[in-house]
Design a protein around this ligand. Structure first.
Ligand code: PHE
Length: 357
């Protein structure tokens, strides 16, 4: 028994890892281990012999088991120590220096617009960029044969072979979020939705992906006058100009009735754009009173509720405000452009601190 003890206690002390330790456990106290076999021999002994050998074997078994447990936790501690040493990180090291990255003008302008509308009680809503054709078109009173579908240069998603359901689209505008918000929250409702939209188009002022901000306000007696006030108030705050002048030009959208496109007064004298003066007009958004069919698609009773909606190009108003002539540069990741037109991460737009630099 002493030999057994020496053999296993020494071996356990010298075990290199958990696997070796487990082998030793099986050899010694496993079902067919040496100590277990010895215990089985107890039955063949005389009662006197058994009285001595029994307790001694039990004690040996206990001793080996506790040696195993102790070694196991020692091995675990050592492994943890090694890891801690290995993965040590000096969090007091200096950072990488300031002013390396900048906030993209799109992000900045989105924050600016959101701050202004939040101040007027609009909540921010979101919707998916891959949209069903129902949300992107039908629910907005654009049926399958409607020319607006073709005009929008839609990107269609591929369906699996043999799947004849209408394909999903990359949303061509943020207007589907009108429907989703109505379905989710009902009326009254006041939301804006900034986000990415997609159309197959590419030139100085068009990129296949661009950004819009949708606005929707529903209540019992909202009128075109409220729309006009909200948009003028927005433009004054956004461009930081009291003398801003807007022109509401009759237009057509399937999802609003009546509809108006909104232009802002500007001048191009000397080749530079000036807002709020001059004899030119620049279109900045589409708007109108929400069509009753659109309210119905959103589950809202048009006999009880009405409201206005508008959709504005974020990239476009960013170009106007910060004098960036080529939209394509927005998405080329040219570091010189990003450093020149980017914003400091600490420059968070708020109304009280001032939106306009
Ligand atoms: N969805 C329209 C567009 O992308 C803009 C719009 C939104 C017009 C809401 C009217 C009302 O051109």
């Amino acid at each position: 028994m002493d030999d057994l003890r020496d053999k296993y206690i020494t071996a356990i002390a010298g075990a290199a890892d958990e696997a070796a330790l487990e082998d030793l456990r099986v050899q010694a106290v496993g079902k067919k281990g040496e100590v277990s076999l010895k215990m089985r021999e107890l039955g063949k002994m005389t009662p006197e012999e058994r009285q001595v050998a029994g307790p001694a074997l039990n004690a040996l078994k206990d001793e080996i088991n506790s040696a195993l447990t102790a070694k196991k936790s020692a091995l675990a501690d050592a492994a943890l120590d090694a890891r801690l040493k290995d993965e040590w990180l000096d969090v007091t090291l200096p950072g990488r220096g300031r002013g390396q990255g900048t906030i993209h003008p799109i992000s900045q302008v989105t924050e600016e617009v959101t701050a202004i509308f939040a101040d007027m009680g609009f909540a921010v809503a979101e919707g998916p960029q891959v949209e069903s054709d129902w949300y992107n078109f039908d629910a907005l009173n654009i049926p399958g044969h409607h020319p607006a579908r073709a005009e929008m240069d839609t990107f269609y998603m591929a369906r699996a072979e043999g799947d004849n359901r209408p394909p999903h689209v990359l949303r061509t505008h943020t207007s589907p979020v009108q429907i989703r918000s109505m379905q989710e929250h009902g009326a009254p409702l006041r939301i804006i939705c900034p986000g990415r939209v997609y159309r197959s188009d590419y030139d100085l002022t068009h990129t296949p992906m661009f950004h819009q901000i949708e606005g929707l306000a529903l209540d019992r007696d909202i009128s075109m006058a409220n729309l006009k006030w909200v948009l003028e108030e927005f433009c004054r705050a956004f461009f930081g100009l009291d003398g801003i002048e807007l022109r509401f030009r009759a237009s057509h959208f399937p999802f609003t009735e009546p509809s108006a496109e909104v232009d802002i007064r500007c001048s191009w004298e000397g080749g530079t754009l000036k807002l709020g003066e001059g004899d030119d007009w620049l279109e900045i958004l589409g708007s109108g009173m929400v069509h009753p069919k659109v309210l119905e698609a959103g589950g809202i009773d048009p006999a009880e509720w009405q409201g206005f909606a508008f959709g504005m190009g974020i990239d476009r108003i960013a170009m106007l405000k910060y004098g960036m002539p080529d939209l394509r540069a927005f998405f080329e990741s040219d570091l010189r452009w990003l450093r020149h037109f980017g914003f400091s991460a600490l420059d968070t737009p708020t109304l009280h601190a001032g939106l306009n630099r």
